[in-house]
Design a protein around this ligand. Structure first.
Ligand code: BGC
Length: 376
């Protein structure tokens, strides 16, 4: 009888999704939880490790932040590919959104105000006169509740948070869910959902800073990127869109074929120089198709970005200037990482020609973004 138990357990595992966390003692745990310190008000922060044996992600309840993401290079050697800090303290003091879940509205809202259904709303301004990434205390600076959710796609953690009516000036109680899953296809999949009791704009994204050669390995300007976007939304000096949707053709924003990130830096007019632009994804660049691909010639690592969203903000860490010291005490310099923030267009509340970002009671906001890893 005894000898048949493992077979029965294995059969049960095929049926019961959560078994991956509770499998035989010799198998690695797929989701592990640890304490990661406390916020100044004494709230405990937890960090969860999700792994499929090849790709390992660490995510924490503070900011629903992706802390580490370890993926193999072309020789199978594992290495972390995201900027961040070794301790919670780093995230509490000087975090330029490393790994963060950003909301209620990612990117900029011009003048930190908007009108909706005949009512005016004043938001917290934290970027000159504008509101950036949800305001002064956005979703990246709150402690979320966590639940292990391991299911058919792989080991997962679901974070939940209620943003109260009036939070940073936004209307309505917003219930937000963010689920991180490490899938069998070597993907980090991020699913977002939100519901509200008053109409409100909602734009959620992840703000990970990637460096495929490792967070301490210098500039990303030799990495190559392709973005399936024939158009972008030009902005003013404060990066508020003018409202036009312009072709990338003939500009240094044309990444419709793979191009070295630094190749046309000298043609950019931005100060500090670098990419910080909203690319309008082509109609055929939505999930399940690939929207963008980054390749690192040194390690062979590749990220593919897949998303339900209409746009991606491609940002080359232009505001990193060596003052932030991250993992291992490394000073992060300008262009030491890139962000691929899948989202709606910036400042959509002021542009009727942009896809709407308004969520109404009874509706559910949903977005899925996948970072898929491989090496060549
Ligand atoms: C913005 C940048 C900003 C960075 C960090 C990006 O999404 O486009 O302008 O500096 O986030 O806040």
């Amino acid at each position: 009888m005894r000898s048949r138990l493992p077979i029965i357990a294995a059969a049960a595992c095929l049926l019961v999704a959560t078994c991956v966390e509770e499998s035989a003692a010799d198998a690695p745990r797929r989701v592990a939880r640890m304490d990661f310190g406390k916020t100044p008000d004494g709230t405990a922060v937890e960090i969860y490790t999700l792994t499929n044996g090849k790709v390992t992600a660490k995510v924490m309840t503070y900011g629903a932040i992706l802390v580490d993401l370890v993926v193999p290079d072309r020789d199978g050697k594992p290495g972390d590919v995201v900027l961040g800090f070794d301790t919670l303290q780093g995230y509490l003091t000087a975090n330029p959104y490393f790994g963060a879940t950003v909301g209620r509205v990612a990117n900029r809202v011009g003048g930190a105000k908007f009108s909706l259904d005949g009512k005016d709303y004043q938001l917290a301004a934290n970027n000159g006169p504008n509101s950036l990434h949800g305001g002064i205390k956005g979703f990246d600076k709150v402690v979320w509740k966590a639940k292990e959710m391991t299911g058919p796609d792989g080991p997962a953690v679901q974070f939940t948070h209620r943003s109260p009516d009036g939070d940073e000036g936004y209307p309505g109680n917003l219930d937000v869910r963010v689920t991180y899953t490490v899938t069998a296809a070597n993907e980090l999949k991020i699913d977002y959902a939100a519901t509200t009791d008053k109409a409100t704009p909602v734009v959620l994204t992840n703000h990970s800073y990637f460096n495929l050669a490792g967070p301490a390995s210098g500039s990303i300007l030799d990495e190559e990127i392709a973005i399936k976007a024939a158009n972008y939304t030009p902005g003013d000096e404060e990066m508020i869109p003018t409202g036009s949707i312009a072709p990338v053709k003939g500009t240094p924003l044309d990444f419709t074929t793979p191009t070295k990130i630094g190749k046309r830096f000298d043609q950019l007019k931005a100060e500090p120089i670098g990419y910080d632009h909203n690319f309008v994804l082509d109609a055929d660049a939505k999930l399940p198709n690939v929207a963008a691909t980054v390749f690192d010639p040194k390690t062979g690592r590749v990220i593919e970005l897949l998303t339900t969203e209409p746009a991606v903000q491609f940002y080359t860490g232009n505001f990193l200037d060596g003052t932030v010291k991250g993992k291992g005490g490394v000073a992060y310099a300008k262009n030491q990482a890139l962000c691929l923030e899948a989202q709606h267009f910036p400042d959509s509340v002021h542009h009727a020609n942009f896809p709407s970002t308004i969520l109404r009671p009874g509706q559910t906001y949903r977005q899925t973004t996948i970072y898929r890893f491989s090496a060549r």
